[in-house]
Design a protein around this ligand. Structure first.
Ligand SMILES: [Zn+2]
Length: 264
């Protein structure tokens, strides 16, 4: 009976501390987010995960692909405010159709996604969306949720330690950035919608036609349909594609176009 009470108290304390310490209103979306790790901690996790990836995954030597990713990356990052960012754009040699931006401004583009992004504007749609996940603190939110679940499992003794090496690995998987794409947790519908909206604004501000985002998702839908949904590309596993996404993008087009600025 006494042990039971202790367990209940521990769980309740975890919840109370988590809610009091963790809930912060995001200034860009106005949505309250559950954040247990600090911005500095999540940036450190992003930087170390990226170093790990560069050691484990071959980097493309294709001059055209590298020039494309540098060109678009520079333009997108120039319109984005990501505190503590050390921008870097790397093309990974892989058949996987995938892309990500880790906190800290580390962007990875897999060669497998380039036939689908097709041109500069298509890649800008992907980069804008991925950078938005970082600026809107979605990685920080997902890691915080993972840590809270972990703390529930182990009681207060294991409560939130961002320096624990296991979080570096879990973090890569949450982002779909690991080489071992065993399990990929999709972003929530709400996070996807926020990243679509913000990403459109970023690409327009960087001088790309935001309509290219709709064309990109439509190409992705066609590729997926062709394969019969079997072997779904990893990008679609972390960024589920449904009709709502394309409909919402179209709805937001006028607002994005109003933010268009010709490239310098
Ligand atoms: Zn996404």
């Amino acid at each position: 009976m006494k042990r039971f009470n202790f367990a209940v108290t521990a769980v309740l304390l975890t919840v109370v501390i988590g809610v009091v310490v963790g809930c912060i209103t995001n200034p860009e979306t106005g949505r309250r987010q559950f954040l247990l790790v600090s911005e500095g901690e999540i940036t450190a996790l992003g930087l170390s995960s990226f170093e790990q990836m560069k050691k484990e995954t071959p980097i493309s030597k294709d001059p055209a692909a590298n020039a494309l990713v540098q060109r678009v990356g520079k333009r997108i990052s120039s319109v984005v405010n990501l505190p503590g960012a050390q921008w870097e754009f790397v093309v990974f040699e892989s058949k996987e159709a995938n892309a990500f931006c880790l906190p800290g401004g580390k962007i990875g583009i897999y060669t497998g996604i380039l036939p689908i992004t097709k041109d500069d504007a298509g890649l800008a749609a992907v980069m804008g969306h991925e950078v938005a996940h970082a600026t809107l603190q979605h990685g920080r939110e997902r890691v915080s949720q993972g840590m809270a679940v972990d703390a529930f499992g182990q009681g207060l003794g294991a409560y939130v330690d961002a320096k624990n090496p296991k979080w570096t690995q879990a973090f890569s998987q949450l982002y779909g950035a690991g080489t071992q794409v065993g399990f990929l947790l999709p972003h929530s519908r709400q996070q996807e919608s926020e990243a679509d909206w913000r990403g459109l604004i970023y690409m327009a501000k960087a001088g790309y036609d935001p309509e290219a985002s709709v064309a990109f998702w439509e190409r992705f839908a066609a590729v997926n349909k062709q394969s019969g949904g079997g072997g779904t590309p990893s990008f679609l596993r972390t960024h589920p594609l449904d009709e709502v996404r394309i409909k919402d993008l179209k709805k937001r087009m006028p607002e994005a176009k109003a933010q268009f600025q010709p490239a310098k």
